[in-house]
Every structure is written in structure tokens, then in C-alpha cells.
Ligand binder design. Structure first.
Ligand code: DX5
Ligand code: ZN
Length: 221
């Protein structure tokens, strides 16, 4: 087996029974729960906040919760999500006025930290912070909505980022988010990704185990 991880995005789950939905995808083989936070300001949609993360913890979810902040400002939400039980927190490069400070806030709480790059954002913005973070989240759609199509130019960006990480001898995971399905996950892995977010491909499939198995099958050979 490999170190690849599948992270279902609960954006496409049924919010009326979120705890059960999360348990179902975990039983179906999910490794990480991807938690999309949107503020109708940084992105044109509104979702869930720290109270929901805390509720999932109280419900008994102990899997890693990967909080993807699509909010601006960033720092107060970082603090709230740390208290709410987040395992990893990523934020968009453009959404923080002081990227290094936001990273520091996450790191000093013992949480895993990461920066999110939009489809048009160059990896060179990572130059002075790559050694301070645990992961980079490459957006392969424009943030705000589930169910969009994978942007092909993301593959080249993942390859470039992988080389940058290797050439600097760092241990930084590459997470990819948006439009991932059984038809493209293999190419995303070959480009250098480690963690694969999938929302609609899992939650809209009708059979979580089958859809996660199909994604994993593509990664197995
Ligand atoms: C988009 C979110 C993604 C999205 C993934 O802003 O960050 O996590 O929900 O959903 P799919 O897999 O349907 O593109
Ligand atoms: Zn996301």
C-alpha cells in the first residue's frame, strides 16, 4: 500500500445528518474529513463554522478534521477552529494579510498548517514559508462550490511544487481539492499529490464504500 489519503469533502454531505454522514464515509474507508468553511465574503457561498466542528467532536468523531478556511480575515477563525478540535488548518494565501503570522498561530497550537493556492496563484508565493508548513493545498477548481470540473493546469502546478519540495529536502504534503474523481485521480497522484479531496464524487454516488474503493483502486497501480 501507499501513503495516499482520501479526504471526503463534507460540503456535499447532507447537513441535516452530518454526524452520521461523517461516520458513514469513515466506515467506507475515508482517511481524513475535509471541512469546507466559506464566509460569503472571500468566496461567494456560506457554509459551516467552528461550532459544527466542535459538535462533530462531541458526537464522537475522532478522525483527523482538515479545516479548509475560505474566509477573510483568517486569524480569528484559526483560533476558533483550534479550540473546536481541528487537526489541520489551511487558509488561502490571498485571504491573510500576514501569512507568516497566520502559519505561526496554527503551528504554535500543535495543529498541522497549510497554505491554499487558487488556480491562478503561483507556487513562488511559498518561497519563504514552505519550510514552516505541513501541507500545501492546490485548488483544482475556483473555491466556493462543489461539483465543478477539474482544471487541467493544476497538474503542471502540482509537478512543479513536488520538485520544489524535493529539491529543498522538505516533508510537505500536497493536497489537491476540486473536481477529483475516478477518471483523473491517478494523473493527480502521478503529478505528485498525497491527499485527495473528493466531495461530489463520493457524496453524490449513492454508495460511499464503492466510490472510495474506486478512487483507491486507481491509486493502487
Ligand atoms: C470548493 C471546496 C471543495 C469542494 C470539493 O471550494 O473547497 O472541497 O467541495 O468538491 P468536489 O469534489 O465536488 O469538487
Ligand atoms: Zn475544500
Amino acid at each position: 500500500m501507499n501513503q495516499f489519503k482520501i479526504a471526503p469533502s463534507i460540503l456535499s454531505a447532507d447537513f441535516a445528518k452530518l454526524g452520521e454522514e461523517v461516520n458513514s464515509v469513515l466506515q467506507a474507508g475515508a482517511d481524513i474529513i475535509h471541512f469546507d468553511v466559506m464566509d460569503n465574503h472571500y468566496v461567494p457561498n456560506l457554509t459551516i463554522g467552528p461550532m459544527v466542528c466542535k459538535s462533530l467532536r462531541q458526537f464522537g468523531i475522532d478522525a483527523p478534521i482538515d479545516v479548509h478556511l475560505m474566509v477573510s480575515p483568517v486569524d480569528s477563525m484559526i483560533e476558533d477552529f483550534i479550540k473546536a478540535g481541528a487537526s489541520m488548518i489551511t487558509f488561502h494565501y490571498e485571504a491573510s494579510h500576514h501569512v507568516d503570522r497566520s502559519i505561526e498561530l496554527i503551528n504554535k497550537a500543535g495543529c498541522k498548517s497549510g497554505i491554499v493556492l487558487n488556480p491562478s496563484t503561483d507556487i513562488n508565493v511559498l518561497e519563504y514559508v514552505l519550510d514552516k508548513i505541513d501541507m500545501v493545498l492546490i485548488m483544482s477548481v475556483n473555491p466556493g462550490f462543489g461539483g465543478q470540473s477539474f482544471i487541467e493546469s493544476s497538474l503542471k502546478k502540482i509537478e512543479k511544487l513536488k520538485s520544489m519540495i524535493i529539491s529543498r529536502g522538505l516533508d510537505v504534503a500536497i493536497e489537491v481539492d476540486g473536481g477529483i474523481n475516478e477518471n483523473n485521480i491517478r494523473r493527480v497522484a502521478e503529478a505528485g499529490a498525497d491527499i485527495f479531496v473528493a466531495g461530489s464524487a463520493i457524496f453524490n454516488s449513492g454508495n460511499y464504500k464503492k466510490s472510495i474503493d474506486k478512487l483507491k483502486e486507481q491509486l493502487a497501480h
